[in-house]
Write a protein that binds this ligand. Structure first.
Ligand code: ZN
Length: 209
């Protein structure tokens, strides 16, 4: 599957295609550690333009901040046929009690949409780390599963907006890179790093200890 881009997207435009663009470049929110994220509002402003430029640079394209055919192709190459992203499967983010995306803080379809947005940020994170595989230790959690593993009562895992990520990179290195990927919650553990999008999901403040 690929999104049907029908026009060249540039600053000042608005629409659902701009929203889809924002979701896909959200992991390129900043060049250096910054408490910022790309709002998925369908309005192509300066933040979106900067993210498009950084996405283009990362893929060896002309970094003009205008999403034309080459950028559309690069974006579509990131999308899997079932609507997930090319390096992540929906099942990796399913609640480990068999609930899949159900019984969380939002409807299953809303959770799946949050997971989709999370996947694009993680695609950027893995690319910035040198195209290394990222393992998802924990993605979405149903309320039952979250309570069974001792998760916080308002955990972003209940929304499909969080992932516990392990890889060949150190948790510190992963956390450093996550600070450029539009995440608003980052917690470094001994063997993995938790990342989440709490600011976008519930309006919560940034948490970067
Ligand atoms: Zn976590």
């Amino acid at each position: 599957m690929a999104y049907n881009w029908t026009r060249v997207l540039r600053s000042g435009m608005s629409g659902n295609d701009v929203r889809e663009l924002q979701i896909r470049v959200a992991g390129y929110a900043a060049a250096t550690a910054s408490r910022t994220f790309i709002a998925v509002d369908g309005q192509f402003g300066a933040g979106t333009e900067g993210a498009v430029r950084r996405f283009q640079a990362s893929y060896g394209l002309t970094a003009d901040g205008i999403a034309g055919q080459q950028t559309h192709t690069a974006l579509n190459n990131l999308e899997a046929s079932n609507g997930s992203t090319s390096h992540f499967n929906w099942s990796e983010f399913h609640s480990k009690d068999g609930a899949q995306f159900s019984n969380g803080a939002l409807s299953a379809s809303q959770v799946q949409e949050n997971v989709r947005r999370l996947m694009y940020k993680l695609e950027a994170m893995r690319r910035k780390l040198g195209n290394i595989p990222l393992s998802i230790n924990s993605g979405f959690r149903s309320r039952n599963h979250n309570s069974n593993v001792g998760g916080a009562s308002n955990s972003m895992h209940l929304y499909g907006s969080a992932a516990d990520v392990a890889s060949s990179a150190t948790p510190t290195r992963m956390a450093d890179v996550a600070r450029t990927c539009g995440f608003s919650g980052i917690i470094r553990y001994n063997t993995f790093t938790h990342v989440d999008s709490r600011a976008e999901t519930t309006g919560a403040g940034y948490y970067w200890p």
